[in-house]
Every structure is written in C-alpha cells, then in structure tokens.
Design a binder for this molecule. Structure first.
Ligand code: SF4
Length: 96
C-alpha cells in the first residue's frame, strides 16, 4: 500500500499566497455566539481555520483556508461572510 502521508503533511505541500490586507472570511460574532455555531465551525473545517474562544466567539486563521466552502454551507445564515480571496491570492494546490 502506498503511503500518502498524513492530512497535515499533504496540506503542507500546498502553496498559500496570503492577503495580508483583507480577510476573505468575516464573522458575525454575536450571531455565532447566540446560535452556538462555534463548535460546529471548529469541527467542520479540515484546515483548522476556526478556533473557539471561552466567550463563544471564534478566531479565524483565514490564511490556512482551503476555499472549500463547507463552513459557509453549514453556518447559520448571516453568521459568515465568505468570498474567494482577491485575485492571485489564497491556496494553490500541489497535491490531490
Ligand atoms: Fe475551512 Fe473550507 Fe471554510 Fe476554508 S472554506 S474555512 S477550509 S471549511
């Protein structure tokens, strides 16, 4: 059987051009906190973009985003504002 490496090892082969001036993910923290959506977002993201704070809000490490759109699909309406990174930025896949 071929050893493909761990998910983390494979993700590490991607290239990321980070937009230092603008996040492509914005969070309505009040809505996330009141709906309790934080744990779901943390669990659903394969790239570990989201982290849960003690007060129910979430941190966003947008530079690691794989642009899969899953978080937007599962988040309560209005909780996230998401768009692709500006032209030429974001993830470039190197493997699978
Ligand atoms: Fe994570 Fe995908 Fe959402 Fe990016 S688009 S934050 S990789 S779930």
């Amino acid at each position: 059987m071929v050893d493909l490496g761990s998910v983390a090892e494979r993700l590490d082969k991607n290239h990321y051009e980070t937009d230092e001036k603008q996040s492509h993910i914005e969070v309505n923290q009040d809505l996330v906190r009141t709906t309790g959506a934080g744990p779901l977002l943390v669990r659903i993201c394969a790239a570990h973009v989201y982290s849960l704070h003690d007060d129910g809000t979430i941190g966003v490490l947008y530079a690691a985003c794989l642009e899969c759109g899953t978080c937007l699909a599962v988040a309560p309406p209005g909780a996230l504002t998401w768009h692709y990174p500006r032209s030429g930025m974001g993830v470039t896949y190197r493997e699978g």
